[in-house]
Structure formats: structure tokens, C-alpha cells
Design a protein around this ligand. Sequence first.
Ligand code: PMP
Length: 307
Amino acid sequence: MIQKTENIWFDGQLVPWDEARVHVLTHTLHYGVGVFEGIRSYKCKDGTSALFRLEEHVERLFNSARTVEMEIPFTEEAICQAIVDTLKANKMDQGYIRPLAFIGDGAMGVHPGENSIRVIIATWPWGTYLGEDALQSGIRVRTSSFTRHHVNVMMTKAKVAGNYVNSVLAKREAKADGYDEALMLDVDGYVSEATGENIFLVKHGKLKTPPLGSILGGITRDSIITMARDMGYEVTEQRFTRDELYMADEAFFCGTAAEVTPIREVDRRTIGQGKAGPNTLLFQSEYFKIVRGENMKYAEWLYDYEI
Ligand code: PMP
């Protein structure tokens, strides 16, 4: 169960959590055209707090909206400020932030007509996303029977609510079969991404990740690419197959919620030593240093705030 906080920002105002309600004929509820983000804020060692790459997340929210022809009635700056206001109202010096823009009620049928675009921002505490000891021990993954979206079926680079039906189906299947997460292949059979994470493999000390084809352009993915290259690693954005993944020395998922989660098994094949690999653990610890303001080289990725 999600841990309730006091307030939700709704169309420009903070309202009590239980009063953030909508009508059952809300268009997005029926047809899935809504855009959202997942952002984390972290408490830093010096006692301050910082949102990780806030502006990039808000920019992606607006790009997602543009892609599905929704006009968000606020500026990007106003949404950034509203996120900080919501964290402050909820007295949260760290946690997860979920902005969502959706089409309200009014017209029905797939054409949303002039229905208003509404925006909420919810914040709540959220621990490790893929299981208690996922970050240390790594997770077990299965290739899904569900294919990731074709790029002309869904707008895969937009974070659109309806896209996630595919993720929910794959996740449920994986969990029911005793796995922690699903890996999806693209329509050509190449590795794409997981239900809410991007994927990297490590082979002979080099990193590989699928290119921006059918995948969501993850902000964590971008951070890992930048950070790994700065550390001297070779990183290629190139398609690979599931059997290349089976033969990898290490593999990991990354995302705002999942952070850097090692993969220890795929389709019953052990990856590397069957535990979190040394390079993966290094990226994980560097990532945590960056988000917690302990590596000032990446200070520009941090959006400081005080509660
Ligand atoms: N792929 C999908 C399908 C996702 O939902 C997410 C989470 N937003 C990601 C990748 C990772 O993106 P990010 O690093 O920006 O959170």
C-alpha cells in the first residue's frame, strides 16, 4: 500500500490527500491519454535535499504532452515550483514525486474535444522498487511473452498512461511465474526495456544498452551513460539479442524508481556469477553518491530545496 501524505497539488492548489478526486467520466480513465513522470528527491549528507534532474523530468512531461497533443495549462517553471511546494507541504526531505496531466470529463468518445487538461502532483515515501534486497542481491528476470510497443502503435518515447497496459501485463505475468521483473523484446525480437526500467549489459568491461528505438529515453539511463563514460568506460547504444544478454558478464536495470538494480538471472540462466557484478555495484554506488550530492562534478543535476 502506498503511504499517504497530507496534500496533493491539484490544478494549482494544494488539497488534502483524500479530497483529490475526479469524476468517473474523466476522459483519461476511459482512453488512457494522460502523461506522467516519476521523480525522486534525496536527502543529502549535509542535511539539504535535492530533486534529481527535476528540469529534465518536467521537460519530458511537457514533451510527452506535446506528443499526444495535450496542452498543459502551466509553464514548466510553475510545475517545478509546484513540485517543491508539494514536498514542503508534505514535509518530505526525500521521496517519490508523481506529476500527472490528464484529460478531464466533458466530451466522451475517443476525441476529447475541449475537455480541460488537469494536473496533479502527488508525493510519497518510496523505498526500493524491485524488492527489499534487490539493490544488493540482484533480481530474477524473465523474457515476457508480451512484445514492447511498435513505435507507430504507441508513442514509446512519451510517458503516456495507456502505454503502461503493456507493462502491467508483462509485470503480472513475470510475478505470477515467480520472477521479479519482465524483460520485453521489441517487434524485431531485440532486447528493449523492462516494465519501468532501461537495461544495460556489461561484457569484457564495456557497457551496452539498446538505442532510443522502442524504449523510453530514461533519465537514469542518460545519467549512467554520462557517468560511465566519465569513468573511462566504453558505452555503446546498440541493439542486442536475448542470447547476448544470457552471455553477459553483468546486467542491470536502471530507472528513477529502480535506481541501479543488478540482474542475477534471466530466463533461468545465471548472469555472470549469479550475483551483483563488480561494475554494476560501482555504478550503483556512484549513482547514489551523485543523487545525494556527494559528487559535485554532477551538481548541475541537483535541484536543491528546503522543507
Ligand atoms: N522505461 C520505462 C518504460 C519507464 O517507465 C521508466 C521509468 N520512467 C524508465 C524506462 C526509466 O526512466 P527514468 O530513468 O527516466 O526514470
